[in-house]
Design a binder for this molecule. Structure first.
Ligand code: HEM
Ligand SMILES: [Cu+2]
Length: 564
């Protein structure tokens, strides 16, 4: 070798060693401890489960085009919506952003080489796959008909589905998230680069931190609760079933003690993504950085004391309901703080409408509708009417599909060039974003009306009220548009892998540390550990430097011109 071997950053993209091309064997992927490769493993497996959940959803929407429920048996329909809910919640939404983009970006964003426990990280992926495999087995062997909520005593005593197998799957997948959460917490505490103080951390990192706290505190509760259901179902120990001396409402308390915080496990990461996208594409620092950071923690805390709003009609005491109602109103405040701060950031910003920003704007619109309709459900009087109707279904889809999914897609489009080193077609991405936004509203807005008119959720026929058919057809038509919007990115993103232009280190001119690495990054992320001297989102300073540099260049060119 000559003494003048090229430095890695001087090599062109195809030849430079990076985390993707260091090795191509299957073994090197299955035994990898690189957080970026594990992120890719998750991205592929999560997309697979999303597709399955989507297929179940299309069966539901197809069935509901007719008031008489002509396509599926009642039993099969129950299994469809259960498969849909279980897959989407436990195998897609909960792991989605943390396991893929948290894994990929968080270490780089704080200037670390990897997560604190790389092997535990790989174990998390295996647990996810084992949990997913068991759930899939339960569905293939005949399915589960309890809904994703596994309410007792039906689930433990009367269901003929493969409830126990599915529960074991959820239990194991739960440990996958617990370990990921622990890993993130340790990483944020211990692995920050010199100068990366807590209040210089990007808000995505704050959001991942708050999410991890909820995961670590909440997930064990649902794991134990579901384990108790399995104990009652297999050994006949009376815990939740009145026939055995148990208490079914106890199950609801324990289940929602996790599952309300879990809705924030699903949305907080997306909120973190929003802060990154909105700052970058408005070229401004986030308005009220500290408020946004602390609101994540406030959500993590308050989220644990509102679970009773899922039980207003369960027979719990009216006083209890009143208190839960009041706190539910309070929990909306930190979300509103974030929303107002994002809007204030966009206001008078230098807004660049490239596709990640379009997804971010889509998030804002849909999340606000989802959040505000939560308040209708949090008021006792309206909830008695709306409980267990399509209004609830529309509410949480506006947040979990409109919000969390928009955040996921925004993150995918934002970090894709970093992950793969390639740019995709921004025009196609905008078409995709538009299809998702239009399709989504067409699918779920009619469901608010249906719910208000009284259509119950989880029914597969409504021949007692055939006038609901028009709204259902609208919703099913919208679902087809939405499906197109979700399938489209698969094409232009995969296309970009082969034909995309090289992205370069920093295609968006973003300030985060992850953009200082090569695209795709080297296995160890940084050649030298970065030293952080600035707050996050210092866009004004960066743009000033760039402006000054551009002026230098212009001056020089003008000079050269006058020489000729
Ligand atoms: C603005 C704050 C929010 C309030 C006040 C709120 C309120 C409520 C209430 C009262 C219910 C129970 C409705 C019923 O069953 O009668 C509910 C259901 C639900 N909410 Fe929210 N919500 C809020 C935000 C969220 C967020 C951020 C998410 C998800 C990321 C979410 C996801 C859900 C889900 C999944 C259900 C239904 C669960 C089920 O029965 O299957 N909500 N919400
Ligand atoms: Cu809740």
């Amino acid at each position: 070798m000559s003494a003048t071997a090229a430095r890695p950053e001087e090599l062109d993209d195809a030849t430079r060693p990076n985390y993707l091309n260091v090795s191509h064997t299957i073994k090197s992927w299955l035994l990898t401890q690189d957080h970026k490769r594990i992120a890719v493993l998750y991205l592929v497996s999560i997309s697979f489960f999303f597709l399955l959940g989507g297929l179940a959803a299309s069966m539901i929407r197809l069935e509901l085009t007719s008031p008489r429920g002509v396509m599926l048996e009642s039993e099969t329909y129950n299994k469809m919506f259960s498969a849909h809910g279980i897959i989407m919640v436990f195998l897609f939404l909960v792991p989605s952003i943390p396991a893929t983009f948290g894994n990929f970006a968080l270490p780089m964003m704080i200037g670390a080489k990897d997560l604190a426990f790389p092997r535990l990280n790989l174990l998390s992926w295996y647990l996810y796959m084992i949990g997913g495999g068991l759930i899939l087995a339960a569905l293939l062997m005949g399915g589960v008909d309890t809904g994703w909520t596994f309410y007792t005593p039906y689930s433990s005593m009367y269901s003929s589905g493969h409830v126990v197998l599915a529960i074991v799957g959820v239990f194991i997948a739960g440990f996958s998230s617990i370990f990921t959460g622990l890993n993130f917490i340790a990483t944020v505490h211990k692995m920050r680069a010199p100068g990366m103080t807590w209040f210089r951390m990007p808000l995505f990192v704050w959001a991942m931190y708050a999410t991890s706290v909820i995961i670590v505190l909440g997930t064990p509760v649902v794991a134990i609760t579901l384990a108790l259901v399995a104990v009652e179902a297999t050994m006949g120990v009376g815990i939740f079933s009145p026939a055995l001396g148990g208490d079914p409402v106890l199950f609801q308390h324990m289940f929602w003690f996790y599952s309300h915080p879990a809705v924030y496990i699903m949305i907080l990461p997306s909120m973190g993504v929003m802060s990154e996208l909105i700052a970058c594409f408005s070229r401004k620092r986030i308005f009220g950085y500290h408020f946004v950071a602390f609101s994540s923690l406030a959500i993590a805390g308050l989220g644990f004391i509102v679970w009773g709003h899922h039980m207003f009609t369960s027979g719990q005491s009216t006083f209890q309901s009143l208190v839960f109602s009041l706190i539910s109103f309070v929990v909306a405040v930190p979300s509103a703080v974030k929303t107002f701060n994002w809007m204030a950031t966009i206001y008078k910003g230098n807004v660049d409408l490239r596709s990640p920003m379009i997804f971010a704007l889509g998030f804002l619109g849909l999340f606000v509708v989802g959040g505000l309709t939560g308040l209708y459900l949090a008021s006792l009087a309206t909830d008695v009417h709306l409980q267990a109707t399509y209004f609830v279904v529309a509410h949480f889809h506006y947040i979990m599909v409109g919000g969390a999914m928009m955040g996921f897609l925004g993150a995918l489009h934002y970090w894709w060039p970093k992950m793969t080193g390639k740019m995709y077609s921004d025009n196609w991405a905008k078409i995709g974003a538009a299809l998702v936004f239009v399709g989504f509203n067409l699918t779920f807005f009619p469901q608010f009306i249906l719910g208000y008119l009284g259509m119950p959720r989880r029914y597969h026929y409504y021949d007692f009220a055939p006038q609901w058919q028009a709204y259902n057809i609208m919703s099913s038509a919208g679902a087809s548009v939405l499906a197109l919007g979700y399938i489209l990115p698969a094409f232009y993103l995969l296309h970009s892998l082969k034909y995309g232009k090289p992205a370069g280190r920093n295609p968006w001119g973003a300030v985060g540390l992850e953009w200082q690495t090569e695209s795709p990054p080297d296995t160890h992320n940084f050649h030298e550990i970065p030293i952080v001297t600035h707050e996050a989102y210092d866009y004004a300073a960066v743009d000033e430097i760039e402006h000054a540099q551009a002026q230098e260049v212009m001056k020089k060119e003008a000079h050269m011109g006058s020489d000729e």
